[in-house]
Design a protein around this ligand. Structure first.
Ligand code: PEP
Length: 262
């Protein structure tokens, strides 16, 4: 079957760049892509700023009609109520967020998020038409004990357990040992796990969703290794951390088709 999925390159800024820096970055990113004659219909680009930046990014993107999507780095599993510090999916929708990262390994480890909570967050996002970018991945211990796909597959099964087959989702395979380490997985490793994850989507949500869902690879993606991942049939883009804060590097990753002739 032909892969008709539009690749997605997503930049997770984590706890970096305030709202003024975000405005400058998004504006310059748009200029850089436009100068390079990047066609947004061939590769979608998205940024994930801190919550406090989102309104500013929304205003800029809307005013200048920039071909840049944006989303949040987390969302509450609750709709409203006594949950100090949390942000609901409805609030993200009101700011026209297209996406939200759910279950990033830093949330799982630093905030003890469970697979069950992550399933609740996925369902909350889907209910508001905010596409969850569902992160799964194994630690180096998991890799040694269980092999490469067992943990991400188990995490994804739970994450998908509260949504229906009409859901629009993105999955990001992010081996924890590759995040921020400078030691990316090989394209073959990423492809093998991505194929197993697509199978989980097929079993849980059906063939149509499995065919249309984009599966990203994340973990030390740079301009000099993106092309290898993008050649793999089940890898439809990248979730980029550190390199998404470097304008030239990120712009170059988005334009991988041009500079490497994929
Ligand atoms: C991430 O944090 O999701 C990530 C992939 O980080 P990095 O690209 O820095 O490895």
């Amino acid at each position: 079957m032909v892969n008709t999925r539009t690749p997605l390159i997503a930049g997770n800024w984590k706890l970096n760049l305030d709202h003024l820096q975000a405005i400058a970055f998004v504006q310059k990113l748009a200029w850089s892509l436009s100068d390079a004659k990047h066609d947004p219909s061939t590769v979608e680009v998205a940024v994930f700023p801190p919550f406090t930046d989102i309104r500013s990014v929304q205003t800029l993107v809307a005013a200048d009609k920039l071909p840049i999507a944006y989303g949040a780095q987390d969302v509450s599993e609750h709709e409203s109520g006594a949950y100090t510090g949390e942000i609901s999916a409805a609030f993200l929708r009101a700011l026209e967020c297209g996406y939200v990262v759910v279950g990033h390994s830093e949330r799982r480890t630093l905030h003890n998020e469970t697979d069950e909570q992550i399933a609740g967050k996925v369902a909350a996002a889907v209910a508001q038409n905010v596409v969850p970018v569902i992160c799964v991945g194994e630690t180096s211990d998991d890799l040694e004990k269980h092999g490469p796909s067992a943990v991400p597959v188990a995490q994804l099964k739970v994450a998908l357990s509260k949504i229906s087959s009409t859901a629009d989702i993105v999955v990001a395979y992010e081996p924890v040992w590759a995040i921020g380490s400078g030691q990316a997985a090989t394209p073959e490793q990423a492809e093998n796990v991505a194929a197993a994850l697509r199978e989980v989507i097929r079993e849980t949500l059906g063939d149509d969703v499995a065919q249309k869902t984009r599966i990203l690879y994340g973990g030390s993606v740079k301009a000099n290794n993106i092309a290898g991942f993008m050649r793999e049939p089940n890898v439809d883009g990248a979730l980029v951390g550190g390199a998404s804060l470097d304008l030239n590097e990120f712009s170059s990753i988005v334009r991988y088709q041009k500079h490497v002739g994929v």
